[in-house]
Write a protein that binds this ligand. Structure first.
Ligand code: PLP
Length: 504
């Protein structure tokens, strides 16, 4: 299998090079030249396997220049029991008697958000890619983060020989816990920088760095190659496809589903990586009915799914679900490529319109294909808070604000459509990552004001019955090691400063 660019430029890369490269040379995103298929009998066989075996099986279909036993070894290390407590991707029933609604909990990893699902295995895939391509370069992993990718990338790549990690986060765009997770990061190869701006600024800055021939020339001369830890990297997406298969397999194994029964997934969405992985699973043969794409008040995707116009020219809001505060969802480009029947010409035009006019409108046929599967909706902070409260009252279950956005959107969709298909809610973060917002929802607005983090953690532990995660305890009392803050136009210089040790 080879990897091609969504914009049609020169590519045809092996999977290892696609992972090493992160982004296509023409600025497009790399995608496999065909989508592998998983048959119903293969799905049944997978349902008897462990999580690492399921991941290795799915990855082997995409990463054809990695050996299956090699992938299994990486998956076993990445998803080991001491990293995911109690397991990587458990499916939890919400109502014992109805057996209709389930939660896929993806936040049991070392940093408390679903980004760990890919970023624990990506370092294995990437260091192997360096070997496979015969490269002698050091790899510098760049990441822009809306809060969770940064920490997960730092944790995944910390002290991995031959690598550096540089994380840019929006100075005012992350929760306190997210910021402290990153600024206290240990590891000689870890670099964390605050950017004055929002996530879109940070992401645009990173993309510009990738497309800067001058800088990549300077880095190449110093034996350094850039790669990406954002979901523009195929190595982030492929492991995410696996947990959709795994969730379905768990429900098959529990005899909840009829063979072939189609189910819905509800996905709180920002950069469109997570939900895109679900769409790939669908195209590979996983029986999926609807994908419910849930946004917060930055509802650019929800509008797009409804009317086919993607318009980023709008106010940017900071919300209680900061990891979804995004107006330019990078991975949508991969879906556009598919909706256009894998023709790169319209994709190039739409992306040019986005750059030049701040918006684009897809054709009627592509819109129809989009709406066959995707349902869009959004919840504001008030709705998010209300959902956290109601879910607690009704189900005795505490969810983080991102996951709550998904519930809020789904409830209105279900009422409107009468869709009674079994539904899996993707839970993307531990509620402990957003203690103040969750406590305010549970105990009443204003509760968190004037209370310190330990008091809030204790209050949340009491109400939720969830043990406080180990990353939270580890963080307490750690000194801040990264306090650098830069203007958003200085990201390139910052990369030079860090990687080439150049002072200006
Ligand atoms: C990153 C993130 C999201 C959004 O995921 P995308 O793949 O960017 O759509 C949602 N919730 C949480 C907690 C996240 O960290």
């Amino acid at each position: 299998m080879k990897y091609i660019s969504t914009r049609g430029g020169e590519a045809g890369f092996e999977s290892s090079l696609a992972i090493l490269q992160g982004i296509a040379p023409d600025g497009g995103l790399l995608v496999p030249d065909e989508l592998p298929q998983v048959s119903e009998s293969e799905l049944r066989a997978l349902s008897r396997r462990s999580y690492p075996e399921r991941v290795a099986d799915i990855l082997a279909r995409f990463l054809t220049d990695y050996r299956p036993d090699e992938l299994l070894d990486y998956a076993r290390q990445a998803y080991a029991e001491d990293r995911f407590d109690p397991s990587p991707a458990p499916v939890v029933g919400l109502n014992k008697y109805l057996n209709r609604e389930f939660v896929l909990e993806l936040w049991h990893g070392p940093t408390g958000a679903f980004k760990d699902m890919a970023l624990q295995i990506l370092p294995h895939l990437l260091t192997a890619a360096v070997r496979k391509t015969g490269s002698r370069d050091r790899v510098a992993i760049l990441a822009a983060t809306s809060g969770d990718t940064g920490k997960a990338a730092l944790e995944g790549f910390r002290d991995i020989p031959g690598t550096d990690v540089v994380v840019f986060y929006p100075e005012k765009g992350v929760s306190d816990a997210q910021r402290r997770q990153m600024t206290t990061q240990e590891g000689a190869n870890c670099h964390v920088v605050a950017v004055e701006g929002n996530f879109d600024d940070a992401q645009a800055g990173v993309k510009a760095i990738f497309q800067d021939p001058e800088l990549s020339g300077e880095l190449a001369a110093a034996g350094i190659r850039l790669s990406s830890a954002n979901s523009i990297n195929w190595g982030r997406l492929a492991p995410q496809v696996a947990y959709y298969f795994s969730a379905y397999c768990d429900l098959l194994a529990a005899n909840v589903l009829e063979p072939g029964e189609r189910i819905n997934f509800v996905v709180p969405t920002g950069n469109f990586g997570n939900i895109l992985a679900a769409w790939y699973a669908l195209r590979m043969g996983l029986p999926i009915r609807r994908l419910i794409c849930a946004s917060n008040r930055n509802k650019v995707l929800s509008d797009f799914i409804r009317n086919g116009t993607y318009d980023r020219r709008r106010e940017f809001f900071r919300t209680l679900s900061p990891s979804m505060d995004i107006l330019v969802s990078s991975n949508l480009e991969r879906l556009l490529f598919e909706l256009a029947g894998r023709d790169p010409a319209p994709v190039r035009n739409w992306m040019a319109d986005l750059r030049d006019k701040g918006q684009y409108t897809i054709d009627a046929q592509s819109l129809r294909r989009l709406q066959e599967v995707f349902v869009g909706g959004f919840a504001d902070d008030q709705g998010t808070t209300k959902s956290i409260r109601e879910l607690y009252d009704r189900l005795d279950h505490v969810f983080d604000p991102h996951t709550a956005v998904g519930f809020n959107v789904y409830e209105r969709y279900a009422a409107r459509s009468g869709d009674a298909a079994r539904t899996v809610f993707v839970a993307t973060a531990s509620p402990y990552k957003f203690c103040p917002a969750v406590c305010d929802a549970l105990y009443g607005n204003g509760f968190s004001r004037g209370r310190g983090e330990p008091a809030l953690v204790e209050a949340l532990a009491r109400e939720s019955g969830l043990p406080a995660p180990s990353w939270l305890q580890d963080m307490a009392g750690k000194p801040v090691l990264h306090d650098r803050k830069i203007d958003r136009n200085r990201m390139k210089d910052e990369v030079r400063r860090i990687l080439l040790k150049s002072e200006d």
